[in-house]
Ligand binder design. Structure first.
Ligand code: HEM
Length: 505
């Protein structure tokens, strides 16, 4: 096993915890009370944010006085967890790159300071750009950037179209699907082909078993409570799964290395990338971390954006009909290509409004690498700050009638990058934003011209997740011929999605 480099690059200050965390928030006098606050965040961070921002203002501690830890691995050096919302605060957090640091997606379970062979794969697991800060982040981001510039992203369109058409070719009118599952599989295949140059259907490496299972385990409260490498405990499973993710990523990298002339996928470009100052390539562990993160960040997010957009259209028949008309008149049954996008303004607005109202990535997490002042409060080094993109997107001062699905707001008004912020902004703005928008447009332009999607109200639509918002019980939809009757299934939705978006009854 290669030596892991996945240690957070955050200087732990000896002055850590010197300042008390004096931020408004609910009181919890016992350890149990603090655990309950943390578990409320994991269970339904949207509802918790709604309540705390309303009661305490835009900078709020999940427990007054601190003593909570949601995602930082700094066991002793986390004074507490603070939630913030609003464009000015999001900007402050996103642009002070050397003050607000990020962590591996393995979060609280990251084996910080542990250098054993056993935990080496977990130290690399889901690191990538998330696991580096400061100059290291600047260096690696620069090396990755050429694979995501607009001209380059446009070259992935053929593969995106091929996968979309192939994977939906056996769909028939009258079938009922869990659209969340279908969109995940589609986005996973697009990610595998465009990012790593191999189709899962042709025996490409299935990274899901390692990466997705690992990320699900990271959020499992039992792993947090018993982080011990003992038989039967889920932490041991996490170690095993991170090793699987490590080995599978190694396999993908080895196959790309064996084809040095191949240059049509992101990983092939990363293998060729060199640091502009010393000419060094990315190390094996850095590459493995990037493969994990690109795979996870590159398909779960787009899959959910697609699922929620289909859902919102299914409940807004007039917008749905207008969109199908735009697609049919401009594309005549063909799947959209990047050169068509300019002629599809409603498609663009529908996607933007969908990502505003059901923000695919609701929170943007950071940890303070030094003491800082934020929104008039002193925050000590080590404090976790969760910037809420979701709650900013629902501020009535910025978005009139924020719970109304109203794509036209994007033609009437220009929003700044921190008011409308689904991909974040600043030095860490989502590197795959252009990739994701292109993919979502291609998939929707194809699907919506072939089928009308009717919502089936067999299950409530409840939200789940803090990293991405997913429909907890999935989402059933039936395929109908396009143009049949866009009002079918409208007004039949139950579940707490109704407090995110106004839906017909
Ligand atoms: C609808 C789809 C997507 C959404 C909503 C989304 C959103 C985000 C957000 C909010 C961040 C955090 C930025 C920050 O820390 O300030 C992020 C980071 C990131 N995203 Fe995405 N993303 C999406 C799709 C993708 C895709 C398709 C890829 C790759 C192909 C990708 C790769 C990444 C990476 C590598 C980062 C870390 C960037 C850094 O720290 O420098 N994302 N994304």
């Amino acid at each position: 096993m290669a030596t892991a480099t996945g240690t957070p690059h955050i200087p732990v200050s000896p002055r850590s915890n010197r300042l008390p965390l004096e931020i408004p928030g609910p009181i919890a006098r016992t350890r149990w009370g603090r655990l309950k606050a943390m578990s409320r965040f994991s269970r339904d961070s949207v509802a918790l944010g709604n309540e705390l921002f309303r009661k305490h203002g835009p900078v709020v501690s999940i427990v007054r006085g601190g003593g909570t830890r949601l995602f930082t691995p700094w066991k002793k050096d986390c004074p507490g967890s603070v939630l913030v919302r609003g464009p000015e605060l999001l900007k402050e957090v996103a642009t002070k790159h050397d003050t607000y640091h990020k962590f591996h997606l393995s979060g609280v379970l990251h084996p910080y300071g542990d250098t054993s062979e056993r935990t080496a794969p977990l130290r690399v697991f889901a690191s990538g750009l998330f696991g580096v800060n400061g100059d290291d982040h600047r260096r690696q981001r620069k090396m990755m950037a050429p694979a995501f510039i607009p001209n380059r992203v446009a070259t992935y369109a053929d593969a995106m179209i091929e996968v979309t058409e192939r994977m939906t070719s056996n769909w028939q009118v009258g079938q009922t699907f869990d659209i969340a599952v279908e969109m995940r599989e589609l986005a996973r295949e697009i990610a595998s082909v465009c990012l790593f140059g191999e189709s899962l259907e042709d025996g490409g490496t299935e990274l899901t078993a390692g990466v997705q299972t690992g990320l699900a385990l990271v959020s499992n409260p039992l792993v947090r409570l018993f982080p011990y490498d003992l038989p039967g405990l889920p932490y041991r499973k996490l170690l095993e799964v991170s090793e699987i993710a490590y080995r599978r990523a190694q396999g993908v990298i080895a196959r790309r290395r064996a084809e040095p002339d191949k240059a049509d996928d992101v990983l092939s470009m990363l293998l060729k990338a060199r640091d502009e100052t010393d000419g060094a390539a990315l190390t094996e562990d850095e590459l493995i971390g990037h493969v994990n993160v690109l795979f996870a960040a590159g398909h779960e997010t787009s899959a959910n954006a697609l699922t929620w957009t289909c859902f919102l259209l299914s409940q807004h028949p007039e917008i749905y009909a207008d969109l199908v008309e735009e697609l049919q008149s401009e594309l005549n049954g063909e799947t959209a290509r990047p050169s068509d996008f300019e002629r599809l303004p409603l498609l663009d607005r529908v996607i933007k409004e969908s990502m505003r109202i059901i923000t695919p990535v609701p929170w943007n997490g950071r940890v303070l690498a030094q003491d800082a002042e934020l929104g008039g409060f002193e925050l000590p080094v080590g404090t976790e700050v969760m910037g809420s993109i979701y709650h900013t997107h629902h501020m009535p001062e910025i978005f009139a009638e924020p719970e109304r699905f109203q794509p036209s707001r994007f033609s009437d008004h220009h929003y700044t990058g921190y008011e409308y912020n689904p991909f974040s902004a600043g030095q860490r703005i989502c590197i795959g934003a252009g990739f994701a928008m292109q993919e979502i447009k291609i998939v929707l332009s194809h699907l919506l011209q072939k089928f009308q999607l009717e919502f089936i109200p067999e299950r409530p639509i409840d939200r789940q997740g803090t990293i991405v918002i997913i429909p907890k019980q999935g989402m059933l939809m039936r395929t109908r011929p396009t143009g049949e009757n866009y009002a079918r299934g409208v007004g039949t939705v139950a579940g707490n999605v109704r407090d995110m978006v106004e839906l017909p009854t």
